[in-house]
Design a protein around this ligand. Structure first.
Ligand code: ADP
Ligand code: MG
Length: 495
């Protein structure tokens, strides 16, 4: 390692994250996003998931002699979209390379990838970790083909190769080692997952392997140069991701504390034991004998192609969040919450379009609704209360028909299916707030007539006594009195 590298790595120091037993944690991600094209990256075979083995592999995917790869424009377009979404440079000219290795699921003996000149360069992913804004820098994103799959479940103890997945288009998205905790790494992965699904380049189905992350993890004493990393392969759920990285951090610290050195390695996470296990010592780039693929011309992307793709891009979560801040006066944090998914943002938009006060609608969505969605582990699309119902509910709070307390009861009724019309539920449950001054005054007079002690204490300067009186009035009205009005009327009467 050169002196310059060392200095640069020392300075890689963005503010340090939480220390674990005195060690700083360093994490960088390599994510494979399967691109949502109908056909493969270099052939016309379909990419649909779950077909019978080897029914979706054509001569190109089987690497039959004489076949040639032809670039799928749809895959390039999706790479351009990601670059535009993340503020990256789209290379006007990028190069496909052969990554040579032997494995039964790779009939060509090499994988077509990009090496020295990738299609997407730089850029960043920004997100909130709790309420703290974070930015992770990207190194690159490159196009490549997936390999086939070895199947070891044959009933006579044989293995088979399924080449349906061979040639499936992937975008490998590589970050700088910018993350400083497991929580930050998972938040990054969630944000990236949100973006690729939002812009429609990947279906994001993690169980099916459409979005898989490799986490590179190392630890160091603060101020030391970067430690040796181990790469946890193919994390295909956020839960496993968190367990695997947490385990790996503890394991590495244990090794170092016991006086051993970390060996650079590729490891697998075993969800059954919750442990990571070394698979192989890590190859260097040199082991792959990369060289430009003579079968494919360099990928040229003209400016007008980029502009055409830009024109097809949906409004991005960050732009949408900024719009919520400037036009609806929401906090940056609330706006980020509402743009967690396109569906959630549309729900908020619909509620506002149906007349809901944005701030109130936002509070309900990021509060009560988010809590219930979480608790039931369902998405906003499955929420039993729709945006129009929320808008009516919010309007009834706004026009003081019901108190916040009553609104929660109405909401619960709607959510649990005990009614679907907001006004009908308010009527049925008798939750209408009492704002009629005459009726309120009658109740207040009654309370004052029987609470001489509180009145005297209030007059002697005890605020508590006043609150007690308010409480009595609320109780006497069965919780229906408008609290602000009760306050004002009481104050007036007590002089
Ligand atoms: P390679 O070319 O061997 O795959 P890279 O330099 O491309 O290595 O890095 C691969 C990934 O590992 C990147 O996401 C990078 O941020 C991350 N990484 C590099 N060094 C470290 C380290 N010391 N600790 C944690 N992650 C690292
Ligand atoms: Mg790499």
């Amino acid at each position: 390692m050169s002196q310059q590298d060392t200095t640069e790595q020392l300075q890689a120091g963005r503010p340090t994250g939480p220390l674990v037993r005195g060690y700083e944690v360093i994490i960088g991600f390599e994510t494979h996003a399967q691109l949502s094209t109908a056909s493969k990256i270099f052939s016309r075979a379909p990419t649909a998931f779950g077909a019978e083995p080897n029914t979706q592999a054509c001569a190109v995917d089987l690497a039959l002699p004489g076949t040639l790869p032809v670039m799928n424009k749809g895959a390039v377009e999706r790479a351009i979209k990601l670059g535009l979404a993340l503020g990256s440079t789209i290379a006007p000219r990028s190069v496909f390379a052969r990554k040579n290795y032997f494995y039964p699921d790779l009939p060509k003996g090499y994988q077509i990838s990009q090496f020295e000149i990738p299609v997407v360069q730089g850029g960043s992913v920004s997100f909130f970790l709790g309420e703290e804004p974070k930015t992770v820098r990207l190194v690159r994103a490159h196009l490549e083909e997936d390999a086939g799959k070895s199947l070891h479940e044959n009933f006579i103890g044989q293995s088979g190769i399924d080449l349906n997945r061979a040639g499936t288009p992937l975008l490998e998205i590589v970050t700088e080692p910018d993350m400083r905790s497991t929580a930050e790494a998972v938040a990054y992965a969630r944000e990236l997952h949100k973006i690729v699904t939002w812009i429609g380049i990947c279906d994001g189905n993690m169980q099916e392997g459409s979005f898989r992350c490799d986490a590179n993890v190392s630890v160091r004493k603060p101020g030391d140069r970067l430690g040796t990393r181990r790469e946890i392969k193919n994390l295909n759920s956020f839960k496993f991701m968190q367990q695997a990285i947490d385990y790996e951090i503890r394991w590495q610290i244990e090794e170092i504390e016991d006086g051993r050195k970390i060996q650079q390695a590729t490891v697998l996470f075993d969800p059954d034991t919750g442990e990571t296990r070394a698979m192989r010592t890590k190859e260097d780039a040199a082991d792959y004998r990369y060289f430009p693929d003579p079968d494919l011309p360099p990928l040229a992307i003209a400016a007008d192609w980029i502009e055409r793709v830009r024109g097809e891009m949906p409004e991005l979560p960050r732009a949408m969040a900024e719009r919520y801040v400037t036009t609806h006066g929401l906090s940056a944090y609330d706006a980020a919450q509402l743009t967690q998914s396109l569906a959630l943002a549309h729900y908020f938009d619909s509620a506002v379009a149906a007349g809901a006060a944005p701030k109130l609608a936002s509070n309900w969505i990021t509060g009560e609704i988010a809590r219930r969605l979480n608790a039931q582990d369902i998405s906003i699309a499955e929420a039993p209360v729709n945006a129009a119902q929320l808008a009516t509910l919010v309007a009834r709070i706004g026009d003081e028909t019901i108190s916040n307390n009553a609104a929660r009861q109405v909401f619960d009724a709607l959510w649990t299916g005990d009614g679907s019309d907001v006004d009908a539920v308010i009527a049925a449950k008798g939750l209408k707030q009492m704002s009629d001054t005459g009726a309120l005054e009658a109740i207040i007079d009654g309370v004052l007539a029987t609470n001489e002690k509180n009145i005297a204490e209030y007059r002697a300067g005890k605020d508590k006594a006043f609150n007690a009186l308010v409480g009595q009035v609320m109780k006497a009205s069965q919780g229906k009195a408008n609290p602000a009005q009760v306050n004002a009327l009481l104050k007036a009467k007590l002089g």
